[in-house]
Design a protein around this ligand. Structure first.
Ligand code: ATP
Length: 239
């Protein structure tokens, strides 16, 4: 299990440039990872992907999105933060995966090249984006032994109904599959997973928030409950 992420502040010479100029990163000291499911939330550009990518880098996962042994031909972006964080494990976990929505299709091509047996026998490209995403989890990741999965906006591939299915997949893997997840998301459905830790990157420092405190919940809830009023205000000239 991953227990903690620490920023090696002593090795950083300047907080004036990326990635250390991002408020959430600049103020970071240690971030405890306390639950099987951890979410990173925050505005676009708040630093969620930057930290997730750094964790993937430290896990030796392919930072274009993939697992330890996936060296498929996608230009791996250098993680600017990877060398400046320290991961604490108990015990160390090496199995797992980093997946970002935009590199999913390249990953699918790679899988096609190495054989399909592990993926339900069907080409991932022959399935829709969301179906292939779910089959990835259902077929590949229900193995034995502990694993850590790092997911960047998985909802991009999933319809609302499949997001619900994915909650079930998360529950099964976290409770019975010895799996740990860190997920950057904007989805009010995924965030609704019970008993997850939600870390918000929106303030001056990363802080723990309740589901109902997230804008994902409050804005979605207000919109669905009062759609006409919200739209009227939004579209009014004064708005
Ligand atoms: N390689 C880079 N060089 C310089 N700045 C970068 C680089 N990558 C990202 N940034 C900047 O760092 C900030 C944080 O980006 P990041 O992708 O981590 O945000 P995020 O919270 O994941 O956002 P989103 O929800 O839109 O995915 C942004 O302002 C972004 O423009």
């Amino acid at each position: 299990m991953l227990k903690q992420i620490a920023l090696k502040r002593e090795n950083i010479t300047s907080f004036q440039q990326y990635p250390f100029d991002i408020p959430a990163i600049r103020s970071m000291d240690t971030l405890p990872i306390r639950k099987p499911i951890t979410f990173f939330v925050g505005e676009n550009g708040a630093g969620k992907s930057t930290l997730l990518e750094a964790i993937a880098d430290r896990c030796d996962f392919h930072t274009a999105g993939g697992g330890r042994n996936n060296t498929y031909d996608v230009h791996a972006s250098e993680s600017a933060l990877g060398n400046y964080i320290r991961l604490s494990w108990l015990p160390k976990v090496t199995r797992g995966f980093f997946l970002r929505a935009e590199s999913f299709y390249q990953f699918a091509s790679y899988i096609e090249g190495i054989g399909l047996e592990a993926y339900g026998g069907q080409s991932l490209h022959a399935q829709s984006h969301g179906e292939s995403f779910l089959s990835l989890f259902l077929n590949r990741f229900q193995g034995d032994g502990p694993a850590i999965y790092l997911l960047d906006e998985p909802e991009a591939a999933l319809s609302p109904a499949r997001q619900l299915t994915f909650l079930r997949v998360l529950r099964d893997l976290a409770e019975f599959g010895n799996a740990q997840f860190i997920i950057a998301t904007h989805s009010p459905i995924l965030l609704g997973y019970p008993d997850a830790d939600i870390w918000s990157f929106d303030g001056e420092e990363i802080c723990n928030v309740h589901y109902e405190e997230t804008e994902h919940y409050t804005i979605t809830n207000t919109f669905l409950q009062n759609r006409e009023r919200v739209l009227k205000e939004l579209f009014s000239d004064e708005g």
